[in-house]
Design a protein around this ligand. Structure first.
Ligand code: ADP
Ligand code: MG
Length: 876
């Protein structure tokens, strides 16, 4: 049956903006220890250097489909059973130690079930030094000659360091050495054979780019966390074998930089790997004793070994350490050997030990929970509270996850089948942990002093470190001198051998001098060459720099010019915008005004239309009124004229009768009724309007009219001319018909004699008035009736000329009656006052009458009344 293989599902990490550049995931490595016995069943297989595969051992539950459940787990790197401590160190711990030397923090812990190789990995075994001694080695190899004198740095209770001058440090050293027992660890002491093999690291390892202008101090502390209590393993407490006092647990505190530390924890300054490891070993011993005395399971406690590196810059002379506390840089590397991650029932513990074990497990559970929450927060951007405070372990290392530092975990696994389930749990935890990101430690600020101070001081003959002198080195390279001891007087070999050896040495020295001189010359030449090259380069660079500077200044000028232009344009744009705003405002105002004017015009137009319509109505009305009025007047005038004519006829008849008949006969006075009938017969005009009483009275007093004819005459007229002569003259001139002349007949005659009418020249001066509208049969009065005073006549005869014919009247009474003012004029021509005050004369009887009527009524000339009469200027 072929086992099914499934790859561990890896969730992609959600990167969060720029923070990704500053964060690193927790580096999780896996170390698989070799099986204790060859025939043991193995359940872990290393696939490659990043992957392991877990096989389900025989006897474990099968999958539903009957296949073995096989899962692969990936790590940053997997170290197989044959991995040496050195290989592991180089990959995992070396970078942390390097960081420490460069002022950065680091945390390294081993995780796994009991017996999986955690302690072996961290501490090592005889001849197989673990990560801890290797780290110490690397640190002291790197800072060895730059270490400060003991007690120059002094740890305090506030998780920081104090600094004092070398003299003070020396005094304190002497004082302490006098007080404390001579067992005080010193670099010159013999190494304890118990761990001598462990720290005997063959491979030389050193950090690169160590700041040589600083002095360094190393402090170590060692604590144990058991049952959620912190114990100081380096604390010096008198041990009472009869009644052993239980160790006092320590409290966690937070310093001003929010770093957690164990308050009152012993920090031992160490000057070498041996000294440091001796301190560690002391702690280990104490731990073992306590476990034995207190009946504790050692595998259930976490041990934390802290290496604190303090560095401070040298002063400007490169001689002494700079006495400035702010310049001190402290970095710490915590090496944690965690308790076994197995479940409590596996240890078969009971009672107190079971409870304690439960607490131990609890702290690991908390560590696991913290990792899970951290991962969730980082992946999904949530802000869940990480339960660091739930256990001392997580609380102590809170800063590594929240703050900055490099965190690495080595998952130790024993591939034996019995550990299968526990190993599964370990793998799962590792999977979660490696998805957690921790802020990358930032480089510490370097003090402003010039680098290379220490070596300049050496050149001046200042204090030299522990380095061997050059002469010693040279001497060591010479062949060893033979024994010079002459025991026998006859010894002839010793001295010649010595001479020979010395000669050899001399010769060697000479050769070396020659070689040195040669090399010096070559080096000088090289130096000269190098100097020339540098000079050339400098010149070239200077030229380039000048060029670039010119270019830059030109570009600066251009930029300035463009900026000015830009400003000007911006100003112009601003002005234009303002102008546009003003114009728009004006436009709006004008449009409003235009609208108002349009409305006004519209109103005026409609008013005008209304007025026109009203005027039109008025004109029509007035025209009709006046037409009627004119018709009425014409009719009245016609009647009046007919009456006049009739009166005149009667008078003429009477006169004729008087003239022709004998005087005895009395003329018969015609009755009015008869006359009227006659008039009706004579005229085709409409019936005359009823005569006014005045007029009737006149007619009835015809006699009276007749009797006073002279009154209307001019005073200076020919009053002496007799009526008879006038009549006879008139009879000669009168046409053959006898019918009284009326206007209608005259008109008719004019129609009958158009030629004559045409030939009749009527001067404008004499033209009367007429109505333009007259389509009826009503006489138009265009037949010009001219009454003219004929001065040639002797009597005052009124001559009426129509159609070229003249009719003369002697009846001055009529005229007198019809005179507008009733005034007698020198001329018989009717005169009327014009509005402008001048007087005009009317020769037309009809017109005169009309005017008279109008004036009597006190009215002006009405509309439609055109007078074409050319007023005669009154003769002076
Ligand atoms: P833990 O600390 O995890 O309980 P230890 O480190 O004490 O386990 O290891 C238990 C035993 O296994 C020790 O005797 C140790 O020498 C041995 N051992 C562990 N890992 C290795 C390894 N990689 N190579 C050889 N021996 C190992
Ligand atoms: Mg162990």
């Amino acid at each position: 049956m072929k086992p099914a293989r499934t790859k561990t599902p890896r969730k992609p990490l959600v990167k969060k903006g720029s923070q990704t550049n500053l964060k690193d995931p927790v580096g999780v490595y896996c170390r698989v220890r070799p099986l204790s016995f060859r025939d043991q069943e193995c359940c872990i297989e290393v696939i490659n250097n990043t992957t392991v595969q877990l096989h389900t051992p025989e006897g474990y539950r099968l999958n539903r489909n009957g296949d073995y459940k096989e899962t692969q787990y990936s790590f940053k790197q997997v170290f197989g059973t044959h991995t040496t401590q050195k290989e592991l160190f180089d990959v995992v711990a070396n970078p942390l130690a390097d960081d420490l030397i460069h002022g950065k923090n680091g945390l390294l812990f081993t995780y796994g079930v009991t017996g999986s190789g955690k302690t072996y990995t961290m501490t090592g075994s005889p001849g197989e030094g673990g990560l801890l001694p290797r780290c110490l080695h690397m640190i002291f190899n790197s800072i060895g000659s730059f270490q400060a004198k003991r007690y120059v740095f002094k740890s305090n209770d506030r998780n920081s360091m104090d600094i004092q001058c070398e003299v003070d440090a020396l005094l304190e050293r002497q004082k302490r050495e006098a007080v404390t027992n001579p067992k005080t660890p010193g670099s010159k002491r013999q190494v304890d054979p118990e761990f001598a093999d462990m720290i005997n690291v063959q491979e030389f390892c050193k950090a690169e780019e160590v700041d040589e202008d600083s002095v360094y101090g190393v402090f170590v502390s060692y604590i144990e966390i058991y049952n959620n209590y912190i114990y100081d393993l380096l604390e010096e407490v008198p041990f009472d074998p009869i009644k052993p006092k239980p160790p006092q647990s320590k409290l966690l505190r937070e310093d001003k930089n929010h770093n957690m530390y164990v308050a009152g924890c012993t920090e031992v300054e160490v000057k070498s790997t041996e000294e440091a490891f001796e301190v560690f070993w002391r702690g280990q011993k104490k731990r073992r004793i306590a476990n034995t005395h207190l009946n504790r399971e050692s595998s259930r406690s976490h041990s934390v070994f802290n290496i604190k590196l303090v560095q401070a810059p040298l002063d400007a002379d490169g001689d002494n350490v700079l006495q400035e506390k702010e310049q001190i840089i402290i970095s710490q590397l915590s090496l944690v050997d965690l308790a076994g991650s197995e479940r409590t029932n596996r240890t078969k513990a009971e009672g107190n030990r079971l409870r304690e074990a439960g607490n131990i497990n609890q702290s690991l559970m908390t560590l696991r929970t913290c990792m899970e929450v951290l991962r969730e927060n980082q992946m999904y951007g949530t802000n869940k509270m990480v339960p660091y405070r739930d256990s001392k372990l997580t609380h102590l290392f809170k800063n590594y996850f929240d703050g900055e530092g490099k965190v690495r975990m080595i998952v130790c696994v024993n591939p034996k089948a019995e550990d299968y389930e526990e190993s599964l749990q370990v793998m799962r935890f590792a999977e979660v942990t490696q998805e957690v990101e921790v802020a990358r430690p930032i480089d510490k600020a370097i003090c402003g002093l010039t680098p290379g101070r220490r070596y300049r001081n050496h050149a001046r003959g200042g204090p030299v470190g522990d380095e061997p002198l050059t002469t010693e080195v040279v001497l060591q390279s010479f062949p060893p001198l033979p024994s010079c001891e002459i025991l026998d007087i006859n010894d002839e070999q010793t001295l010649p051998r010595l001479i020979e050896a010395l000669e050899k040495r001399h010769h060697l020295r000479q050769m070396m001098i020659d070689e040195f001189n040669k090399q010096a010359i070559t080096f000088k030449a090289l130096l000269q060459e190098f100097e020339n090259a540098v000079l050339n380069k400098e010149n070239y660079i200077q030229g380039k720099l000048n060029e670039k500077e010119k270019l830059i200044s030109g570009q600066k000028l251009e930029i300035e010019r463009l900026e000015k232009k830009n400003k000007t344009l911006e100003y112009k744009i601003e002005i234009l915008e303002k102008t546009t705003t003003i114009y728009e405002e004006d436009k709006r105002n004008l449009q409003q005004e235009l609208e108002t004017q349009n409305q006004k015009l519209q109103r005026q137009f409609s008013d005008k239309r209304r007025l026109e319509a009203r005027l039109q109505g008025m004109v029509t009305e007035t025209t009709m009124k006046w037409e009627k009025e004119c018709e009425r007047r014409v009719a009245a005038k016609q009647l009046e004229m007919q009456n006049k004519l009739w009166v005149k006829d009667e008078k003429l008849k009477q006169l004729k009768a008087i003239v022709t008949e004998p005087k005895t006969e009395k003329p018969e006075r015609p009755s009015r009724e008869r006359d009227r009938e006659k008039v009706t017969q004579r005229s085709v005009s409409p019936l005359p309007v009823p005569l006014s009483t005045n007029y009737i009275a006149q007619i009835s007093n015809g006699q009276q009219l007749m009797s006073q004819p002279q009154i209307h005459r001019r005073s200076n007229s020919c009053s002496s001319i007799s009526v008879a002569s006038c009549i006879s003259e008139w009879e000669q001139k009168i046409p053959p018909y006898n019918t009284p002349l009326n206007v209608t007949s005259i008109a008719r005659r004019r129609q009958q004699e158009p030629g004559q009418s045409k030939t009749c020249v009527v001067s404008d001066r004499r033209r009367g008035m007429y109505w333009t509208e007259g389509r009826e049969v009503v006489p138009t009065f265009r037949n010009e009736i001219e009454i003219e005073e004929d001065r040639c006549c002797r009597g005052d005869v009124f001559k009426t000329r129509g159609g070229g014919q003249s009719v003369q009247f002697t009846d001055i009474e009529t005229l007198k009656q019809e005179s507008p003012s009733g005034r007698k004029r020198r001329s018989s021509t009717v005169a009327a006052a014009q509005p402008d005050g001048t007087e005009c004369e009317w020769t037309d009887v009809e017109t005169r009458c009309s005017v008279a009527v109008e004036m009597k009524a006190g009215s002006q000339l009405g509309p439609g009344y055109q007078h074409h009469a050319q007023p005669k200027r009154k003769k002076p």
